[in-house]
Design a binder for this molecule. Structure first.
Ligand code: DLZ
Length: 209
């Protein structure tokens, strides 16, 4: 297995307690998505981002990520999730392993029917998707469109958009980068790096404003 490099620790202590963060994730390649989402959420929590200030939204595939991220950046009406299960996109953990609660109704926030008072601009958005190369040019077109659109969105909006899109050649590469590879070496969960990057960029962009 090739070495998987992760993000080094920041040079300063990052306190995310005043940040509002939105995670938008695709649902293609769900096992990998769930691990990446859990990794990002764990690092947001570790940095002090409050549960009520995190919103999780889902879209069908990675191609939908730029539009959805643009909408959540433009909108101030989105309500935050209010339970751990909501934050894990319906995933709950028990000694028997992960299980899933019913998927939220279309249009609902990541919080399935839950509500919370907090609203306002997001300090950072994390776009999570998993693109795995197939036998056609589909992969190349989506990777190119999504990466350019997310970059344009963050530069145009001034809100950091963390590029949480794995663009991999094989299933194994995706599993390694979500820390759930088969075998002794599980790899590294890049979702953790994206959570940390969202906190760092959210704080720095506030400071640079
Ligand atoms: C159609 C498609 C394919 C073949 N592969 C993936 C993938 O590996 N990862 C992903 O996130 N989405 C994939 N999609 C779905 C597209 O992103 C998109 O949802 C549809 O083309 C509808 O616009």
């Amino acid at each position: 297995m090739a070495t998987i490099k992760g993000l080094e620790a920041p040079t300063e202590k990052l306190n995310g307690e005043d940040l509002r963060i939105c995670i938008v994730h695709a649902r293609w390649n769900r096992e990998v998505i769930d691990a990446l989402l859990a990794g990002a959420l764990a690092k947001l929590a570790a940095a002090g981002v409050k549960k009520e200030n995190i919103v999780v939204e889902s879209v069908p595939g990675s191609f939908e990520l730029p539009m959805a991220c643009a909408k959540v950046i433009a909108g101030s009406h989105i309500q935050a999730a209010s339970s751990e299960a909501d934050l894990l996109g319906g995933l709950t953990f028990s000694p028997k392993g992960p299980s899933r609660t019913p998927t939220p109704a279309p249009g609902a926030s990541g919080a399935a029917g839950t509500s919370l008072a907090q609203s306002g601009p997001f300090d950072a958005v994390i776009a999570i998707g998993v693109l795995i190369k197939g036998s056609t040019m589909h992969f190349e077109y989506i990777c190119d469109a999504v990466s350019h659109s997310l970059m344009k969105l963050q530069v145009d909006s001034g809100i950091p958009v963390i590029f949480g899109v794995l663009t991999v050649l094989t299933d194994e590469q995706a599993l390694e980068r979500a820390g759930i590879a088969k075998g002794a070496n599980k790899g590294h969960n890049h979702g953790e790096d994206w959570g940390n990057a969202a906190v760092e960029m959210g704080l720095k962009c506030k400071r640079w404003a």
